[in-house]
Design a protein around this ligand. Sequence first.
Ligand code: 26Y
Length: 793
Amino acid sequence: MFSDKKAFQESFKKRLEQSYSISFQDSTRAQQFVTLSNMVREHISSEWIETNERYRKGNKQVYYLSIEFLLGRLLGQNLINLGLYETIDEWMKELNIPLDELEEIEPDAALGNGGLGRLAACFLDSLASLNLPGHGCGIRYKHGLFEQKMVDGFQMELPENWLSYGYVWEVRKSDLSVDVPFWGSVDVIEREEGTKFRHVDAEYVRAVPHDMPVVGYGGETINTLRLWSAEMSTMTPMHDVLKYKRETEAISEFLYPDDSNDDGKILRLKQQYFLVSASIRSILRRYLSNGGQLKDLHEHVAIHINDTHPVLAIPELMRLLLDEYQLSWDEAWFITERTFAYTNHTTLSEALERWPIRIFKPLLPRIFMIVEEINERFCKSLWEEYPGDWDRIEKMAIVANGEVRMAHLAIAGSHSVNGVAWLHTEILKNREMNDFYQFQPKKFNNKTNGITHRRWLLKANPELTALLTDTIGDGFHKDAAELSKLAPYANDSAFLEKLWDVKTKRKEILAKRIFDQNGIKVDPSSIFDVQVKRLHAYKRQLLNVLHILALYNKIKADSSYEIAPRTFIFGAKASPGYFYAKRIIKLIHSVADLVNNDPATKGILTVVFMENYRVSLAEDIIPAADISEQISTASKEASGTGNMKFMMNGAITMGTLDGANVEILEQTGPDNIFIFGLKAEEVMAYDKEGGYRSMDYYHHDPLIRRTLDQLVDGTLDDKGLFGIIYDSLLGENDQYFVLKDFESYRKAQETAGRIYAEDPESWRKMMVHNISGSGIFSSDRTIKEYATDIWNI
Ligand code: 26Y
């Protein structure tokens, strides 16, 4: 049907009328969206079945367990991956339906907070596109990441409701449900063959799978993302049924809107065990029903745990092998350790998960016993390696000081531990996880993150894609490494001109959106200087906004101060309980009010905060950027992936030597990037000594002094809103080195502005070198490395 225009159009109309009992003429965009999407889903069903059949024949399967999958919209991406986008666009146009308007109807599937969740989504796309047998396992949160509404510069959080009209891409499979036990106790049964354990008096929660197709590029492979939803189980007796229903359904009600610290809620632990117990059991069931033998599970199944959130998969697999399949501890451990691999995404200590035993043990009594035994045996092996070194063993233990340390469990139970950029892995090996690295150096490896160029170039930037295709052919659609063919065009002035036109076009599109949403007129010929990411102190949106305020002060003080007009664009959600981050959002708005409305800076400096930053908004913002702000305090950002998206779209990075910026620099060379600020070793050295003296910078730099004073002297508000920010910089000694890096940042920004305004040819060449060097950051490269080095597929 997708090969014949008439048949397609007829069927589309007919289905629309039959599903909604409405005439084609009267149908709404939403109805058209649902109808088209259903047709696409049905169109891929035979390939989906075929992919599964192929996998049944015995090749090794990978399961990517993640508490977050930040997918965004799927209609347009699926059509692109099927090679149908242009055809359907044309056919729909003939029916007077603009495809892009239908795409706009689709809610973002926002089952993630930020980088870690979006990485999981890019990985799924790469797995399918490389025809690799890799599937996602996650939770079908009824409400994804909150919607951000700005009210007078303050963030309000509204519940997100992506399922409210039904979701077209999922298939509910009630018959494959699994019951997950919580609470209760463990019966110990002494038998001749040995001691047996039984979890009794448990309260069960039913996990119902909802499968989504993951369409690979070329349409040959359709993998599966299985999302579990929590419902009442028929295995639990019906006393206080209302309470039971409420508590059960709460498990898959909300995504945790938190990507930094754990507030210790029992619900989060329930979510984690719910995900892994359902997933591991469905993985085993499938493996065994295809005739697999438990003893060589690790040769046919690889399970990846995305950060520590799904780490209970390790004791859960142990539990099943021991209690349900009667393996001995040694047999079970042999298989388990070889099956699991773990990725760490952060070195920030506040994000390292630890669960108090008093919460863990009653909720998951049998799992706790197993964790204790893993711990005992692990400590014993440490004792053999380091006899008498109690300090070291205590530091490395999995259970200690009344807590379970999830990262230690992950390392002990996996055959591979990886960081997500070169620098990050070095920091893990040499500092954060140094004891473990010394003990088992072979486990540790680096896998620098990537992004799928199919979404972040082909989908998000059709204008640039068309130009590149005209210039270097379409090989890069499949293999992003071919972007390197663009390098020679840095000397082709006709190409540079066209590249500039594309960028301008995308800036015009964004300018229109900004006008529609914010009512602010921005000039597409100004520099679009963009920082979009979660709001965090270490990501230093504060450095950016203080720099804007300083520029404002310079212009006010000296009307002859020359500066290329700039539009500063921000997008950021703050965790609802993260007061400081929310205050920085307010500060951005207050500086915007000041700068945008002062005749002295009007048209020169414009500050825009775009509300509700999310995947679909990123697809409009990133192609329009000239400067990509990647300015975290060195050593704090594990990798970053936004940095790669911007680079691929021809924005120039303004960045510290942190995370994957280090590797971006390697690709672009020092002339095609703006690097500033302290290096990671310098930051870590200061951290060790307890920081630096920020007050000195306040006293010795008049620009800093003037700018900081404005936080508290009534320039921005008269209610003392920003005292807390002022104090963090001076009273609390500026933990993230904002003032220390300020002058270096200011200079790098000045250089960028000068090149842009005075040497446009150089700027355009820089753009080319960024695009041509970005191929290595395709997640296809990353996934190939995981496949060979870790999963052995
Ligand atoms: C424990 C819980 C509160 C928690 C929840 C979410 C802890 C961490 C997270 C999310 C972390 C995250 O998104 N990390 C980011 O992962 C990206 C993908 O590897 C990196 O590019 C990015 O630098 C890192 O901050």
